[in-house]
Design a binder for this molecule. Structure first.
Ligand code: NDP
Length: 500
């Protein structure tokens, strides 16, 4: 009897990561999206169902971050314009809130369908104004925005069923909403759809660098025949946002943006009867256990941090990887980064587009320099960046310590910090060791571990064996300095109504 050869002891860490070198083997022809975004040279405010010039007569330029060229002029609303907008919303409120839910629902369905009709045009406009790859605005931002209107249209006549056991479901009144630049149209949809479905009227301020799709959306509201004053859009900078938040007619304020501004808004609304919801920053842990399907997990990690150039509040910006597979995962990630296509956001092959603004690019550069100085190991693939516009290479930091700023601060760019852990408890402790608590990801083959992690992670959303999955029916929101209140689902609706 021959002796059996003892099984070769292999660890997953020992396996070399196969090289993916598509980038060197194939050249991609340019594949620009050519749909006409139908931009106007100048956008006015949308108040009381009309496009009106700002009282100050002032406008500012909005540029394309991919080439720094001007796209259009945007009206600069001051406190007096905001006042007129709130007056219009207040006048519209009684009739809109008394409208039968089924009738309000019809408007929302109409808006959703009109958005679908003009999806290509909106996707191109979003990409031009914000710098995100066209494949994302085309396949994510615009369809998800329409989905939010469809979803909330369905609730408009069923509010009594959304909150069983309550006698009456009533809207707050006029809602002041302020949104950021990372998902301009989608954040508008997240804010407007539940507010309108529940019978509120709205004054909304888009972000200064990305107002175009909001103003194009006003064209859709017009086309849908929405009664004047139900939605009012005031463009401008931070002061305009502050005027919206502080307005005495705002019965509720809903904000998405940085934790810093969120804190200012908390101070501005403290001691008033205004309801407040805040969706703020994050520093999500994406946790990778050694029993996870590594290639799928690596795709999830890449999507988690490089989607929308990392300008995502729930971006998986901290990768916690179990020690035994850390080297293998790092090698796979480096290979994957080499084939990410960084460049013209309008090209259908682009994976990582332009950084939204010069200011944001400088912030990313500053924090990456800090990471290097603090001793983390930097990796950037050797890609050629366009000579014009704001671009940043996809970046990995390995050997990151918990105390490093790149592990603690929200960079809001394509930068992944990699830390290691040995046990489940250590992973939970490290993941929760942050002032934020918006989202987390867990990659493992073990269902019981997923349940334990999702219970113990202090994050509003925990994705298991996937990342960045969104659905209008699924509530989204934070813990700790990531804010409070939910958007989406019945929990999101609840933040727009009074229950008695
Ligand atoms: P901000 O929080 O400053 O901006 C969000 C929105 O609030 C914008 O419409 C902004 O206007 C408005 N705003 C600014 N100041 C005030 C104020 N005092 N009162 C009311 N509204 C105000 O984010 P930034 O765009 O400046 O980005 C800075 C950082 O914030 C990013 O680097 C990122 O870390 C984080 N961020 C987080 C987001 C998230 O989704 N969690 C989204 C965007 C940013 P304006 O655009 O004119 O300044």
């Amino acid at each position: 009897m021959c002796a059996r050869t003892p099984a070769k002891k292999t660890t997953r860490a020992a396996r070399p990561a196969p090289e993916l070198i598509f980038g060197d083997l194939w050249t991609f022809d340019p594949a620009p999206e050519t749909a006409d975004p139908r931009l106007q040279p100048r956008y006015n405010l949308y108040i009381g169902g009309k496009f009106v010039a700002p009282r100050s007569g002032k406008y500012f330029e909005t540029i394309n971050p991919a080439n720094e060229k001007s796209l259009a002029e945007i009206a600069l609303a001051d406190a007096s314009d905001v006042d007129v907008a709130f007056e219009a919303a207040s006048r519209a409120f009684p009739a809109w809130s008394r409208l039968p839910g089924a009738e309000r629902g019809k408007y929302l369905y109409r808006i959703a369908r009109l958005l679908q009709d003009r999806a290509r045009e909106f996707a191109v406009a979003e990409t031009l104004d914000g710098g995100k790859p066209i494949k994302e605005s085309r396949d994510f931002d615009v369809p998800m925005a329409a989905a939010h209107f469809f979803y909330h249209a369905g609730w408009a006549d069923k509010l009594a069923y959304a909150f069983p056991g309550t006698q009456a479901v009533t809207p707050h009144g006029v809602v002041g909403q302020v949104i950021p630049w990372n998902f301009p149209l989608l954040m508008l949809a997240w804010k407007l759809a539940p507010a309108l479905a529940t019978g509120n009227t709205v004054v909304l301020k888009p972000a200064e660098t990305t107002s175009i799709t909001a103003m194009k959306f006003a064209e859709i509201l017009d086309e849908a025949g929405l009664p004047p004053g139900v939605v009012n859009l005031v463009t401008g900078a931070g002061e305009t946002g502050a005027a919206v938040v502080a307005h005495p007619l705002a019965a509720k304020v809903a904000f998405t943006g940085s934790t810093e501004v969120g804190k200012k808004i908390m101070r501005a609304t403290a001691g008033t009867s205004k309801k407040l919801t805040l969706e703020l920053g994050g520093k999500a842990a994406n946790i990778l256990f050694e029993d996870a399907p590594l290639d799928q997990a690596v795709e999830g990690v890449v999507n988690g941090i490089f989607f929308n150039q990392g300008h995502v509040c729930c971006a998986g910006s901290r990768l916690l990887v179990q020690e035994g597979i850390a080297d293998a995962v790092l090698a796979k990630l480096k290979n994957r980064l080499k084939v990410l296509r960084v460049g013209d956001p309008l090209d259908k092959n682009t994976d990582v587009g332009a950084i939204n603004s010069r200011e944001q690019l400088e912030k990313i550069r500053r924090l990456v320099a800090v990471g290097v100085k603090e001793g983390a190991e930097l990796y950037q693939p050797p890609c050629t960046l366009p000579t014009e516009g704001y671009y940043f290479r996809p970046t990995l930091f390995s050997r990151v310590q918990q105390s490093h700023r790149v592990a603690r601060e929200e960079i809001f760019g394509p930068v992944l910090s990699i830390l290691t852990f040995r046990t489940v408890d250590e992973a939970i402790e490290k993941a929760n060791n942050t002032s934020f608590g918006l989202s987390a990801g867990v990659w493992t083959d073990k269902g019981s571990r997923i349940l334990k992690m999702s219970t113990e992670l202090k994050a509003g959303v925990v994705w298991a064996n996937t990342y960045n999955k969104f659905d209008p029916a699924s509530p989204f929101g934070g813990y700790k300095e990531s804010g409070f209140g939910r958007e989406g689902g019945r929990h999101g609706l609840a933040d727009y109504v009074k229950l008695s």
